[in-house]
Design a protein around this ligand. Structure first.
Ligand code: ATP
Ligand code: MG
Length: 292
């Protein structure tokens, strides 16, 4: 469990990036941190991962103050994949980079190899790249190496700062599906993203940041239903959510959910015989919840 208690963070130039932020994260949650550029998401994640120290307030991991953890201990509890992979990569080959965490943990050679293979496969890093210098790869590939190097540590909680940025659709889905699988295996997952269809599909809980504070913290559905908070934070829900609110006055997060639930409704409605899109036909059926 991660307990964040009233943390504040000022950068040395005087920027107040976090202002009295508190949050409890239970083991096994899948949370998305969202909010406009500069709202404090990355600063918050770096504080939890022990990369930045809050100027005020405290963070407890499984009841122990983060201040009292050694670096190695934190790495076993929380892995943070940087928003910019170039801030994370330091080895001169991809293989060294991906194996650096397990090597630091002094795991047996066989286990190190096993973890490197699993992590590389999941993150989409081909073996052919193992001897290449990460800096000669494309940004998308460098991001995958960065993800693999955190996955190889198998930390209890994983924070991925913008996991799908710079990735093509197939790779984005494969990274997200893997995070989902880790979550099913009881890992806590935090993603930071501007891609609301990813949030809608994978996150169970959403924490909405604005100006260094938490504006909303609720289930994904509840957050996407509160158009006032979203508008304040300049976040636009997925198209299907906007559509279903306006046309049906219901909240569907994904097209899959929409299709499955509507199909069920069609079946039950057949008995009573109203048309499928009756709200469209009625005056006032378009309730205009979202004016985006
Ligand atoms: N190294 C730094 N020095 C000074 N100010 C910083 C630094 N890094 C971030 N900031 C500022 O702190 C505030 C929070 O930034 P942060 O990077 O945490 O936001 P974010 O929500 O992750 O934004 P984005 O969506 O653009 O990644 C912003 O005002 C930003 O300009
Ligand atoms: Mg950021």
């Amino acid at each position: 469990m991660i307990e964040v208690k009233n943390i504040h963070f000022w950068y040395p130039d005087g920027t107040n990036a976090l202002c009295d932020v508190s949050l409890e994260i239970q083991d096994g949650e899948f949370i998305a941190l969202i909010g406009q550029n500069g709202s404090g998401k990355t600063t918050f994640a770096k504080c939890i991962a022990g990369i930045l120290k809050p100027t005020k307030g405290e963070i407890l991991i499984d009841g122990k103050n983060l201040k009292n953890f050694r670096r190695k201990e934190i790495a076993e509890k929380i892995g943070y994949v940087f928003q910019n992979p170039d801030h994370q990569l330091f080895s001169n080959t991809c293989e060294k980079e991906i194996s650096s965490g397990p090597r630091n943990l002094k795991l047996p050679l066989k286990e190190i190899k096993r973890r490197v293979e699993i992590a590389s496969e999941i993150a989409g890093v081909d073996r052919k790249l193992f001897n290449k210098h990460p800096f000669f790869l494309s940004k998308g590939l460098r991001q995958r190496v960065a993800i693999a190097s955190i996955l190889s540590m198998q930390p209890k909680a994983i924070i991925v700062d913008e996991p799908t940025t710079g990735q093509d659709f197939k790779q984005s889905i494969s990274v997200m599906e893997f995070l989902k699988k880790l979550n099913q295996q009881k890992h806590t997952i935090l993603i930071i993203t501007h891609e609301m269809h990813i949030v809608a599909k994978y996150a169970k809980r959403v924490v909405l940041f604005k100006d260094g504070k938490i504006l909303q913290d609720a289930s994904t559905k509840e957050v996407f239903e509160k158009r006032d908070s979203l508008a304040k934070a300049r976040v636009k829900p997925p198209q299907i959510t906007i559509f279903s609110r306006r046309v049906l006055n219901k909240t569907f997060l994904t097209c899959e959910e929409f299709l499955v639930k509507r199909k069920l409704e069609v079946r039950s409605q057949k008995l009573e015989n109203p048309p499928l899109y009756s709200p469209l036909l009625k005056k006032g059926g378009n309730r205009g919840d979202y004016k985006n």
